[in-house]
Design a protein around this ligand. Structure first.
Ligand SMILES: Nc1ncnc2c1ncn2[C@@H]1O[C@H](COP(=O)(O)OP(=O)(O)OP(=O)(O)O)[C@@H](O)[C@H]1O
Ligand SMILES: [Mg+2]
Length: 324
């Protein structure tokens, strides 16, 4: 059987560390909370944990909590009996029961309604569910993995998320680093997606050359691996034209994204690297100006640029000229 860890593509230090943690937590039974930006690979990590765990032959049931309307969340997760409500013609098994013996993966857990959090906590504590319309408790043997891109600690302090539930869920926390903090992984990911999608289209795709690859490394990937995957799909059919979509996206994303949401899942080093990257970008790559804006000596900015491998950061204008 192929090594499940191989489905997490990348060999950067951060990804190697992540794979190590994944292998460690897989064997254990305790809940895992996966933190990381949208599209960074949280679900890939959850599936890999399951595939490495003793539960691997039982089901993996994944569900985004945001995708379920508030009124339906209980029946979706716990199921219902025939006649439980007007439309309930026949019994329906909930996701927890479907995952029996295996793993349930609840994505966007930070966004579940407060009103439902207490119910969920009780199910986790008692390891039993009750289908809607039934008084009988059904014992469940399910490992719970959750994920969120929301600043869940902040939600707790603001009263939107129960602290007792969080402590139930985050026995072990895994952080999936954003793509811009592991740009060394870009070539391997591009190759991976070229293979996967090339095969799907039944063609032998042409790999991007060194110059295009450099542009991919310079780009901050606000949509992370999912955005890179979309790029590769466009690249297969459009070639260089696929690059045009990137700048537009970046201009929008840095203005529109809720930065604090992302920062709460990052380490101080990552935040520092990101701030420097943004200021450099804003200063058109002018390091003297950037150092002044950041209140740093030039020498110390240079050191940080080297340490965080930010050498490629250019202004948007410079990029456009290079391309034209
Ligand atoms: N390290 C990786 N190796 C291979 N493929 C990856 C990797 N990370 C992400 N992907 C791919 O990128 C896409 C997005 O990943 P995934 O769905 O796991 O992200 P996510 O963090 O769960 O996103 P969201 O927050 O939007 O739910 C998927 O197609 C996934 O297969
Ligand atoms: Mg996901």
């Amino acid at each position: 059987m192929a090594d499940p860890l191989a489905s997490i593509v990348g060999n950067s230090p951060r990804i190697r560390e992540l794979k190590q943690q994944v292998a460690q937590v897989a064997a254990a039974e305790f809940p895992v909370l996966i933190l990381g930006e949208s599209g960074a690979g949280k679900e890939v990590v959850a599936r890999t944990i399951h595939a490495l765990s003793p539960r691997r032959d039982a089901p993996f049931v994944g569900q985004s909590c945001l995708a379920i309307p508030e009124a339906l969340i209980e029946s979706e997760l716990f199921g219902f009996e025939a006649g439980a409500f007007t439309d309930a013609r026949e019994r329906r098994i909930g996701l927890f029961e479907q995952a029996e013996g295996g793993t349930i993966f609840l994505d966007e857990i930070g966004d579940i309604p407060l009103s439902f959090q207490k119910r969920l906590l009780r199910v986790l504590q008692e390891r039993e569910v009750r289908r809607l319309g039934s008084a009988d408790a059904i014992r469940i043997n399910v490992r719970v993995i959750t994920a969120t891109n929301a600043p869940i600690e902040q939600f707790v302090s603001e009263g939107h998320f129960r602290s007792d539930l969080l402590y139930r869920l985050n026995t072990f926390e895994l952080r999936v680093p954003p793509l811009r903090q592991r740009i060394e992984d870009i070539p391997a990911l591009v190759e991976h997606f070229l293979q996967r999608h090339g095969r799907r289209f039944g063609i032998e795709p042409v790999a991007p050359g060194a110059e295009v690859m450099q542009q991919l490394k310079d780009y901050p990937w606000p949509g992370n691996v999912r955005e890179l995957e979309n790029f590769v799909v466009r690249w297969i059919s459009l070639g260089e034209e696929a690059l045009n979509a990137l700048d537009k996206h970046m201009a929008l994303s840095f203005e529109q994204q809720d930065i604090s949401r992302r920062w709460l899942s990052m380490t101080m080093d990552e935040i520092e690297a990101e701030v420097i990257r943004m200021v450099l970008h804003d200063c058109g790559g002018n390091k003297t100006l950037a150092a002044r804006r950041l209140g740093l000596a030039r020498k110390s900015l240079y050191n940080k640029i080297e340490r965080y491998q930010l050498e490629g950061v250019k202004s948007k204008g410079a990029k456009t000229r290079n391309r034209g």
